[in-house]
Design a protein around this ligand. Structure first.
Ligand SMILES: *Cc1c(COP(=O)(O)O)cnc(C)c1O
Length: 396
């Protein structure tokens, strides 16, 4: 047999982490890496955070899983907290980002069907978006590399260019149910939606009674310096998917909606066996304990600003490698003039610095939000050394 026991859908690298310590990962062979990937924007509190560990340990000892057929004091607590700190009135818990987006898509369609508007089934989505790997969420993305081998796709998605309000306006028709958009495209290359675009989507949604659905799976939960990125646009969505950071490393996602938007989500409309079980929501509550306060959010903004300013200065030394810095808070990207993947590999293998490559020639910098001055200095030491000794591979 030549297939690996782990289905070979990931080109896994040689780093084999066995332990974590805040912003560092320790590999099987003892090598220490500075982790500015954070499980792709997941480990907000770094690795081995005592508050998160304690909450999971206590809950595991008490009650790990019960069915959603029973009342959930633990789930009610986290849902109420999310309702209190967001636009939303109601929350459905999932185990992943794609499931949260699935629930958001179903919520948007069900809204119109509950209204008797059976033709309004289509969501307008955006080029180079990423919403996950289920059939619905790959169908929601224009990225054909994710479609290969899996057709037929789910109908009901229309792709238009990102951050192009005129294109959206032209695409709205009698079948439009709403918009599904990342305020900052993550996998697509840390591409930040403009304020006028987000405001325009809100206005169009209001004018035509459409659902504005945000995918804040990557931007959400303090990553951008506010609890959710939409706050920085001065708008509110009707529906929002979150995941990644909310569990701090424990699998947890959520679909949040206003009472109006959730009109179609009635008894029996949706479900999940594991979604929001006591163990998962204990992790979510521990993450909110740490991040949902002005002091923590201000520290993310301050560190984000500091890293950004130093990056702006630093890239000036390597104009042949870097074009610009983009992002918000500690969701940052270096737009490169060369392929980011070999550079990411060089930083990883020669300098023990972990980052993530993304679309649009961008290197993502997604540290734990708990980094301090020492980790920031170490990051700049490593990326400076890694840029100085980088030999751009000959293209083939
Ligand atoms: C990661 C991501 C998803 C998918 O989340 P999974 O937990 O991998 O299913 C969806 N949307 C965005 C914006 C993401 O970054």
């Amino acid at each position: 047999m030549s297939i690996s026991p782990l289905m070979p859908v990931y080109p896994r690298c040689g780093v084999r982490p066995v332990r974590g310590d805040n912003a560092h990962l320790i590999s099987e062979d003892g090598t220490r890496y500075l982790d500015f990937a954070a499980g792709i924007a997941v480990n907000l509190l770094g690795h081995s955070h005592p508050g998160l560990i304690g909450a999971i340990q206590r809950q595991a000892e008490t009650l790990m899983h019960v069915s959603n057929l029973y009342g959930s004091p633990q789930g009610e607590e986290l849902a109420q907290r999310l309702v209190d700190i967001t636009f939303a009135d109601t929350v459905f818990f999932t185990n992943s980002g794609a499931e949260a987006v699935e629930c958001a898509i179903k919520t948007a369609r069900a809204y119109h069907q509950a209204e008797g508007s059976f033709d309004k089934v289509e969501l307008i989505t955006f080029e180079n978006a990423f919403h996950g790997r289920t059939m619905a969420t790959i169908s929601a993305s224009s990225q054909t590399k994710m479609h290969q081998g899996f057709k037929p796709l789910l109908p009901g998605f229309k792709y238009v260019p990102f951050d192009d309000l005129e294109a959206v306006r032209a695409a709205v028709g009698p079948n439009t149910a709403g918009f599904l958009v990342e305020p900052i495209q993550g996998e697509g290359g840390i591409r930040v939606a403009s304020a006028s675009f987000m405001e325009g989507l809100r206005k169009l949604a209001d004018e035509h009674d459409l659902m504005l659905v945000l995918d804040e799976v990557q931007t959400g939960v303090a990553r951008t310096g506010t609890l959710f990125a939409y706050e920085q646009y001065g708008i509110e969505p009707d529906v929002m998917a979150i995941a990644k950071g909310i569990g701090g490393g424990f699998p947890l996602g959520a679909c949040l909606a206003t009472e109006k938007a959730a009109r179609g989500m009635t008894f029996g409309a949706h479900g999940s066996t594991y979604g929001g079980n006591p163990l998962a929501v204990a992790a979510g509550n521990a993450v909110l304990d740490a991040v949902a306060n002005e002091e923590f959010l201000a520290s993310v903004r301050e560190k984000g600003e500091r890293v950004r300013q130093r990056l702006e200065q630093f890239i000036g030394n390597y104009p042949e490698l870097f074009e610009k810095v983009r992002g918000k808070g500690l969701m940052l990207g270096l737009k490169m003039k060369v392929e980011p993947r070999p550079f990411m590999q060089h930083l990883r293998d020669k300098h023990q610095l972990l980052t993530v490559a993304a679309g649009d020639n961008t290197l993502r910098i997604l540290p734990p939000l708990t980094i301090g001055d020492a980790e920031i200095s170490e990051f700049f030491d490593k990326i400076s050394a890694g840029s100085a000794d980088y030999m751009v591979p000959e293209s083939v």
